[in-house]
Design a protein around this ligand. Structure first.
Ligand SMILES: [Fe+2]
Ligand SMILES: [Fe+2]
Length: 232
């Protein structure tokens, strides 16, 4: 395998891995593209995060973001399992629901690696992580976000997908901007206990470009789902 990353691309649920040049191009594309027009709920969430964790892009703030990022996928997975209970006799439909569950789980796993890598980087940075602010409050935000995502999905799935597309678009832009703000990351190697699971990158800059690209893929998947009927 060429470029920045080697080794782990065949693992189940893993998103496409880009070379160093592709990652740099992806960063330029993101920074040159406008953000989505965020809805009210997304804007309220971003405001809440800025208020609690500050506007500057810090590793600690991204850790909180990743903790929250997993929950829409969990809520959709839960709804899909309930749907299987009611529709298992319709084989075609049950198969499509199963496929959606598999997608949701793959995306959750991807977000989980983001979270674990961020956790590791924060721990290694020596940044203080007061427990209320970086453990209990994020749990509370994730719980509320889960309920909102679930409620929106039950009322109208497109609303829940739209909220997630906004969230992923925001994450994509924020990660790529953070890389731009840290030119020194180009020469910091990425060494991690999770490299064999997530991927090997020559620098911390490429690691975060890859994470941002994952968020772009998540965004596009949600945008596609916005125009689909439920479990189609
Ligand atoms: Fe993520
Ligand atoms: Fe994501």
């Amino acid at each position: 395998m060429s470029g920045s990353q080697t080794g782990a691309s065949s693992l189940p649920g893993q998103l496409p891995r880009l070379t160093h040049e592709e990652l740099r191009r992806a960063q330029a594309e993101t920074l040159a593209s406008p953000r989505r027009k965020y809805g009210l709920a997304a804007r309220a969430l971003f405001l809440l995060l800025d208020t609690l964790y500050g506007k500057p892009r810090t590793l600690g703030k991204f850790k909180v973001l990743e903790l929250v990022a997993r929950v829409p996928y969990q809520s959709w997975e839960q709804v899909a399992y309930i749907a299987i209970t009611h529709m298992h006799e319709r084989q075609g439909m049950a198969r499509r629901i199963h496929d959606r569950i598999a997608e949701c789980r793959a995306q959750q796993d991807n977000e989980l690696w983001h979270l674990l890598i961020l956790e590791e980087l924060v721990a290694g940075s020596g940044q203080r992580q007061p427990r209320i602010k970086f453990f209990w409050l994020p749990q509370l935000i994730a719980f509320g976000y889960y309920q909102l995502s679930l409620l929106l999905f039950v009322i109208r799935p497109a609303w829940s997908y739209r909220l997630n597309a906004d969230f992923e678009d925001h994450a994509e832009h924020e990660y790529m901007t953070m890389v731009e703000e840290h030119p020194e990351w180009e020469s910091i190697p990425f060494e991690s206990e999770f490299a064999d699971d997530y991927g090997h990158f020559t620098s911390r800059a490429d690691l975060f470009r890859q994470i941002a690209h994952d968020e772009r893929v998540h965004k596009r998947e949600s945008e596609e789902q916005m125009s689909q009927p439920r479990f189609s």
